[in-house]
Design a protein around this ligand. Structure first.
Ligand SMILES: N[C@@H](CCC(=O)N[C@@H](CS)C(=O)NCC(=O)O)C(=O)O
Length: 246
């Protein structure tokens, strides 16, 4: 297999942004830890190896021949033209990368709702701070990020007189896949709080529906290969946090 994805088994996490790109493109890839019987040790293979000249800091990373590529947005920057999921032209590719990096910032904040004091501590040891952080995240940060992404789509629609639903021009790109994944994650983590939020962001709601209605994405979701959201990933459902903003 030409492409090898190294990511933790048992969770969607940041690996899912890369998986969705492969799945939409219909390009085969080896999900290394999953295919090695969910062996998490496999993921560390190139991180701890002193012989590696350019070691990634953390999963996900991609191995293509002898080349290792880390950082989710960087992996997608590399893959997108090869998977035909990039817009055309340098300016549009930089714009796509900018949006992807903004999505990455948003993902960190979503993660920090349940781990506001740090990733090395258990959720149970930071529950009070998690409630406080979630309250702010849902009241201030979600509207700020989603409002921005909604406006991005709005401008595309204005310029193209009514087309949509994508974030960059009239063709789906990898950024749309990632955006839809973030919405799916937020809806999993905060089902009650996100319902009214998505009503206020109809263009993003349409993008989310459109991505998960794509034939290859639907097939992936039904294949049994996709790991379900759970409380070891980035987007975690804790009812007490979903209630925090209410
Ligand atoms: N900025 C990196 C973050 C990578 C990252 O935080 N990976 C997590 C799993 S989703 C991890 O295993 N981190 C280990 C650590 O930070 O020590 C990206 O977007 O890929």
């Amino acid at each position: 297999m030409k492409y090898e994805l190294y990511y933790w088994p048992g969770l969607q996490g940041r690996g899912e942004f890369v998986r969705l790109a492969f799945e939409e493109a219909g390009v085969p890839y080896l999900d290394v830890a999953l295919s090695a019987g969910e062996d998490a040790g496999e993921v560390m293979r190139y991180i701890g190896d002193p012989k590696i000249e350019r070691p990634p800091f953390a999963p996900p990373y991609l191995k293509v021949g002898r080349q290792l590529i880390g950082q989710t947005a960087n992996i997608l920057l590399y893959l997108a033209p090869r998977l035909k999921l990039a817009p055309r032209g340098e300016a549009a590719r930089l714009w796509a990368h900018e949006l992807q990096l903004t999505i990455a910032d948003f993902v960190v904040e979503a993660h920090d709702t349940h781990h506001p004091l740090g990733p090395s501590l258990y959720y149970e040891d930071q529950k009070r701070e998690a409630r406080q952080r979630t309250k702010d995240f849902l009241a201030e940060r979600v509207p700020k990020f989603l409002g921005y992404f909604e406006r991005v789509i709005e401008r595309v629609i204005e310029r193209s007189r009514g087309r949509g639903p994508w974030m960059i021009g009239s063709r789906l790109t990898y950024v749309d896949l990632s955006m839809a994944q973030v919405i799916a994650g937020l809806e999993y983590a905060f089902p009650k709080s996100m319902r009214p939020v998505m009503r206020r962001h109809p263009r993003l709601a349409r993008l989310h529906r459109s991505v998960f209605a794509r034939p290859r994405i639907k097939r992936y979701l039904k294949s049994g290969r996709q790991v379900a959201f759970n409380e070891t990933g980035i987007f975690r459902h804790y009812a007490e946090l979903d209630r925090a903003a209410r």
